[in-house]
Design a protein around this ligand. Structure first.
Ligand code: IMP
Length: 434
């Protein structure tokens, strides 16, 4: 049966929870394949009494909230064990059964020194900073590539763990002390922090690649869920203002351990406007009242760091690029309700780069830094659309906006989000039908 990949099509925070909510009980496995606790999903669950419960997840795959789903932390993830158990304890306290969680023994852990280094280096960079989440993500992926990382499986053998931590600290302490004037860290403090979780972690650790492959053979449906998003991908994003992993569909193969031939569809989440946190180029960014309007109306504040998100109009050049890089088969257009009440809705259709029109994403980094958006202004709509459940119920101008965007981004918009709640969606095409 199919493996489906879910990716963000912009700079993150597109609202992936909307799609996972929608697929929820029809999925058997949800595999997080990249990133770590730099992510932030807010999942809103409507209770039987009509009230709404908000869950903020940073590390755990959102499938953890759906009964019957096996949530998996794949080998491509970097795991802060303290955060893992904090989130599990938080969910268990709210009566959620988390016992099905599987964690790859090949996933890397985020040791204390990498959290310190991430924050220290950012401070040191000053105006040249990346604007990371400060969770140790970059240094941990760097160690992985450098072959000096610590993996989940290492914490079950104290002597191996100590050897690895010792080797890492030989270098890290030089950097911390000599370069950044920070205190030295001891092998004991780093290893004991990791070891305290070993017994609770042991039953969750599995050969997740094999388990997922067996599940696919048995006809189960597997959703591979990306952290971050296309333009934060270390290869295809706005480097160096990116995260340190592959957040695009290709990352699902390496980060979950499944072959490309098993992937049958790719769902791209695309917000009806654009947001970004951290530094880096953002052609449609609005530094005026319109940006403030989007931030307030869309409640655009980071789930992980609480930072106000930078806001701008929708950019279909980015949508088209995300479609190409990921092979998106279906888009989910989120937060369309936030655009209600605008006289005109600008849609970026191309860039002007030093007097030359670019219809596609410029391959050259400096060109993207110089890109100014070319807009087409579409007439807005004033109706509250949050109660609409069928596409035909949307105001005519709103449908024209959806169809205009759809035509430019290259794949159908199958689902539209019209409000934060789980049921506040319009389904035009079933995401599982292909
Ligand atoms: P890091 O992933 O903490 O190394 O941060 C690198 C860049 O990715 C920064 O600009 C972060 O703000 C951004 N980033 C990381 N995770 C997310 C996310 O889940 N949503 C949006 N931006 C993110």
């Amino acid at each position: 049966m199919p493996a489906i990949v879910l990716v963000g099509a912009q700079w993150g925070d597109e609202g992936k929870g909307k799609a996972t909510d929608l697929l929820g009980d029809r999925i058997d496995y949800v595999v997080k394949f990249n990133g770590g606790n730099n992510a932030g999903h807010t999942v809103v669950i409507e209770q039987p009494d009509g009230s709404r419960e908000k869950y903020a997840l940073h590390l755990l795959p959102s499938g953890i909230l759906s009964p019957g789903v096996t949530p998996v932390i794949g080998n491509g993830v970097v795991v802060d064990l303290g955060v893992l158990f904090e989130e599990l304890d938080g969910l268990q306290a709210r009566g959620i059964d988390t016992s099905a969680l599987r964690v790859s023994g090949n996933a890397h852990v985020i040791p204390a020194y990498n959290r310190v280094l991430d924050k220290t280096v950012e401070r040191f960079l000053g105006s040249k900073k990346i604007g990371t989440t400060g969770r140790g993500i970059g240094p941990t992926y760097a160690d992985k590539m450098n072959r000096t990382g610590i993996r989940i499986q290492d914490i079950f053998d104290e002597s191996i763990l100590r050897q690895k931590v010792e080797a890492a600290l030989e270098v890290k302490n030089q950097i911390l002390v000599k370069l950044y004037n920070r205190r030295e860290m001891s092998v004991d403090e780093v290893t004991s922090e990791l070891l305290q979780y070993a017994e609770r972690l042991r039953p969750m650790v599995a050969d997740t690649s094999l388990e997922v492959s067996d599940a696919l053979d048995a006809g189960k449906i597997v959703l591979c869920e990306a952290g971050q998003a296309t333009l934060l991908d270390v290869d295809h994003g706005t480097y160096p203002y990116v995260t340190s992993s592959n957040a695009t569909a290709g990352g699902a193969c390496t980060g979950a351990g499944i072959p490309p031939t098993r992937i049958t569809s790719v769902i791209g989440i695309f917000k009806a406007y654009t947001t970004r946190v951290g530094e880096g180029p953002f052609p449609t960014e609005l530094l005026d009242d319109s940006g403030e309007y989007l931030r307030k109306t869309g409640a655009e504040f980071g789930v992980t760091t609480g930072r106000p998100r930078r806001c701008g109009w929708i950019d279909t050049v980015i949508g088209r690029y995300a479609h190409r890089i990921n092979g998106i088969t279906d888009f989910v257009l989120t937060k369309l309700d936030v655009l209600s009440g605008l006289e005109q809705v600008p849609v970026c259709v191309a860039y002007d780069v030093d007097g030359v029109r670019h219809d596609e994403m410029p391959a050259d980094q400096s060109a993207f830094h110089h890109a100014t958006p070319i807009y087409e202004e579409l007439p807005g709509w004033f109706e509250d659309i949050s109660a609409c459940r069928r596409y035909e119920e949307l105001p005519e101008n709103c449908r024209a906006y959806v169809e205009f965007v759809e035509q430019r981004i290259g794949a159908r918009i199958s689902v539209i989000g019209v409000g934060p709640g789980r049921s506040e969606v319009i389904v035009r095409h079933d995401l599982l039908e292909g």
